[in-house]
Design a binder for this molecule. Structure first.
Ligand SMILES: [Zn+2]
Length: 294
């Protein structure tokens, strides 16, 4: 069977994030005034897509609404790119749900959606200092917030999530949560907790949710998941048995599937359905099908 692999969704960004410019207010001001600077408007966190729906709709500074304006980076030609939080009324393009945008855009532009959505959402929810409660203001061109009252600086959060396939004798474990559409199964997943390695989080989640003990854990790939700020860390884990003991508050059903079954599922011809290519669970299943049997 032929399996083509693709990078995980929301990855493949090509902008130079140019961290050295973020603390240089004059440079950022000049970048914003650059006549060819490009602005991506997110209307209630929905990025503007061109009417054809397959590329981002960039606008010029004069067209962009007033609102928090964050520096995304420089393109190959050195042109500055910004994200703006504000209404898209009257602008060309269509404000589009970020998941739908991520599925429709090429990787480099989907990565910009992940960056912009996650960062703007963080600013929306972090208007007050976690140390003293005073209002905070945007700093470092959007890559921090600072508190004038106590001097604290706050940085955008990234929340690590492990997502994994337990594997044994050429079969992998998939499960479904109660809220999933009928027939839909995915890799099990959970947040990494404080004081825990990725490997430990994988082993704990598989034990808690499915009652499966695992040995070796192998990192496969990762992706940003900007709803609002997850970093999905995809892994494979060697299961010690096929026996399951489900935590039914988390997992309604689970099943072991071999390569042939997963390959059928990935071409929409299997006994269950899997996450779409945008999701890293799809990447994990695809890599499993493409890996050597055994
Ligand atoms: Zn403070």
């Amino acid at each position: 069977m032929t399996v083509t692999d693709t990078p995980p969704g929301f990855t493949g960004g090509r902008l130079d994030r140019a961290d050295h410019l973020r603390r240089d207010e004059a440079a950022i001001r000049a970048a914003r005034m650059h006549p060819a600077a490009r602005f991506l408007v997110l209307d209630r966190l929905r990025p503007l897509l061109a009417p054809e729906g397959d590329r981002l709709q960039w606008v010029r500074r004069a067209e962009a609404p007033d609102g928090p304006c964050l520096f995304l980076g420089l393109d190959d030609e050195g042109l500055p790119h910004f994200a703006v939080d504000g209404p898209a009324d009257g602008l060309p393009g269509v404000a589009t749900d970020a998941r739908a945008a991520g599925a429709r855009l090429a990787g480099a532009e989907a990565a910009i959606v992940a960056q912009a959505r996650s960062l703007l959402d963080w600013h929306r929810r972090h208007g007050f200092c976690a140390c003293c409660g005073a209002p905070t203001t945007v700093a470092r061109a959007g890559w921090a917030r600072s508190c004038g009252a106590c001097g604290s600086e706050h940085f955008p959060r990234v929340d690590p999530v492990v997502i994994m396939l337990a594997e044994r004798d050429g079969m992998v474990l998939v499960g479904r949560q109660k809220g999933f559409p009928p027939g839909f199964y995915s890799a099990l997943a959970g947040f990494v907790e404080a004081g825990e390695s990725i490997e430990e989080a994988v082993a704990r989640e598989l034990w808690e949710e499915a009652g499966v003990r695992v040995g070796a854990v192998r990192y496969v790939a990762s992706q940003p998941w900007p709803f609002p700020s997850s970093l999905m860390i995809g892994a494979m884990a060697k299961a010690e048995s096929f026996e399951l003991r489900l935590d039914e508050t988390e997992i309604e059903a689970a099943r072991w599937a071999d390569r042939a079954e997963v390959a059928d599922v990935l071409r929409n011809a299997g006994p269950w359905s899997a996450p779409p290519p945008l999701a890293i669970a799809h990447t994990l299943l695809r890599r499993f099908v493409g890996s050597a049997a055994g």
